[in-house]
Design a protein around this ligand. Sequence first.
Ligand code: SF4
Length: 290
Amino acid sequence: MKVRAPSVDSRYFDVRKLIHGQGLHTICEEARCPNISECWGRGTATFQILGDTCTRACRYCYVHSGRPSDPPDPLEPLRLAHAAAQMKLKHVVITSVDRDDVPDRGAGHYAATIRALKRKLPEASVEVLTPDFLGVEEEALRTVLAERPEVFNHNIETVRRLHRRMRGAKASYDGALWLLRRAKELADYPVLTKSGIIVGLGETNDEVVETMRDLREAGVDVVTIGQYLQPSAKHATIDRWVHPDEFRWLREQGQALGFGSVFSGPLVRSSYRADEQRHAAETGRGAIAL
Ligand code: SF4
């Protein structure tokens, strides 16, 4: 796999300056995403709210884990909306660390961020990629969906057999499916629901199809499938490199299951070209192999 280095004539350096200048975090940097040159070069990024320290420690994830030292920053939603407006984003993707230390698990902060965005950029659509809101799921979903994000995303990440091993005892495969199903039930507008699967962690292709089937049964509209890249020696080792032909096969399986959009390819990440994923699902363009 090859990725491009940042080019001086792209928007990469402008995006970097703006994000750092506003004291914001992005999952692009925190998770060492391989697509950063391409995405930032196109003038897009995925914002990470609620700080830079996650209260979970998934075995595949590079985001710093520990006990956050600060409560959510009440001015972060405004700074984020300002940055998104400067970037002229038409589709804004927000994710976060897990905040098991905060009573509402960060749901109110998500809501405040969506509100700030809709005020500052009323034409833009908003996609939230949320944590599982452990223990307060129903209230948290109500709080977030009351602000009407166009896309509700929660990544199931891996297949049922590996879920606990990769994500720890707090995370639950069935809990993730419940959250996605319940989001659709609670929304009083046509929300798109979305989830992502990482491959190369020890699963089989048949198990990936089984997970896609579970997601479809939970009413999920959009799915992404991408290759795991081990971010450091301390993280889970790569079990296999999935061949582009297998990604194509998985895409076809997802299409047959009826997803509105399937993005499947080695460098696909949940937020990779998220505007196009949404567009594909809404216009019935369907599956895309990358
Ligand atoms: S794929 Fe997502 S996380 Fe990666 S650089 Fe692009 S926007 Fe950021």
